[in-house]
Ligand binder design. Structure first.
Ligand code: FES
Length: 115
């Protein structure tokens, strides 16, 4: 089991890899997939297909429990506002195995204008 905490809400989700996917937004087991399952307010204007930057999150800890960044995520992320070295796209970063991950949500659905 892995634990994912989303800030600023502080919602902690317990996830099991064998339960993936939870829904149909983002890669199975991605931070977005998990956030939607647990009702965390995280913008995802393109529906989780790596075509916007609204699902930008900053990883506070546990980055070693996330999938490696692939080229299309890296290219897309370059355009994100407030980019940091710990930035990821929630729809692309998959929680792998066990451990604890803490991420900061950068944009809520209301801030992103919908969805
Ligand atoms: S939801 Fe659009 S890039 Fe992640």
């Amino acid at each position: 089991m892995a634990k994912v905490t989303f800030l600023p809400s502080g919602v902690t989700c317990e996830v099991v890899v064998s339960d993936y996917p939870y829904g149909d937004h983002g890669r199975p087991g991605s931070l977005l997939d998990i956030a939607i399952r647990y009702g965390v307010d995280l913008a995802h204007n393109c529906g989780g297909v790596c075509a916007c930057t609204t699902c930008h999150v900053v990883v506070k800890s546990g980055t070693e429990h996330l999938s490696e960044m692939e080229e299309d995520e890296e290219d897309r992320l370059d355009r994100a506002e407030g980019l940091t070295l710990q930035s990821r796209l929630a729809c692309q970063a998959v929680v792998e195995g066990t451990g604890e991950v803490v991420v900061q949500v950068m944009t809520t659905r209301a801030q992103a204008g919908g969805h």
